[in-house]
Design a protein around this ligand. Sequence first.
Ligand code: NCD
Ligand code: ZN
Length: 345
Amino acid sequence: MTQSLTIRRPDDWHLHLRDGAMMRAVLPLSAEHFTRAIIMPNLVPPVVTAQDARAYRDRIRAALPARADFTPLMTLYLTENTNPDDVQKAHAEGLITALKLYPAGATTNSASGVSDFSKVDAVLERMTALGLPLCTHGEVTDPAVDIFDREAVFIERVLDPIRQRHPDLRVVMEHITTSDAVDYVLASKGNLAATITTHHLVINRNHILAGGIRPHYYCLPVAKRETHRLALRAAATSGDARFFLGTDSAPHKDANKLLPCGCAGCFTAPNTLSILAEVFEQDGALDKLEAFTSLNGPAYYGLPVNDATLTLIRETPSFPSRIDTDDGPVTVFDPDMDLHWKVAP
Ligand code: NCD
Ligand code: ZN
């Protein structure tokens, strides 16, 4: 039995750090295990200009623990008013790594997102020329579409038409939740990739709804039925370079989760690597963990693999059920299974 596993240090290709007190509480937990992370721009107000991204990056740097080795990879929130020249300048300065497309109203703080996708064609054209990736929140917001179908319908109505208009645009389908998305990536050529979260490898929709409603398992895109979870597991553990980790760790204080209309998001930063090691071992794929957490992402983004390594040891880890922040407690994702791997100190 393998007792320890040393891998290149992981990166997180989709992370919510928030701001202020929440950021100060959650940032050290990501910086402890990850060297880089794509930082989501859905603050209130969102990070829409190069100037916003620079200021947010500086706030993140200032909040980092003294000896942390962590680089925030900044993104801009794409709106119908995004200026292609501003994007180009931010890219030339090395300030941004991607743009984020939120369909207006699809998820937490997405009111400034895109409603008419043809209005962002000029920006997408510029991004194609620059080789700058577009990260997509892949759900339609049409109230007539069932929430469990919103990802599949997004591919058909929004994503595929965008990719036909911009065939060389580099696109990352973020936090995919369906076999439809896995199949769409598998059928594509190399400019399309997808991130998969830790929690979507573990829970299906029963975890949220069967035997009582469990708000801490509610996130967007919402977890789907078991066949979809199994398709995500197969994709993540396959080693296929088009799939990599984006935790979508999305902290909300408990007071905002436990409401008649609670916020979407699972907070997985503290225990993600222990859970992933468990998942990959269950599937006989521990040898593919490094590809998923540490190799495939940099390869897609054209960045070097991290020099430093991280070691997991076969030991029962312990995690608090919630962390304290000056905004109030935040519940840590409960994987609902025993864990046997711990990150070596
Ligand atoms: C995210 C958040 O809270 O910002 N929530 C979530 O459920 N994943 C937004 C997002 O990525 O959709
Ligand atoms: Zn997210």
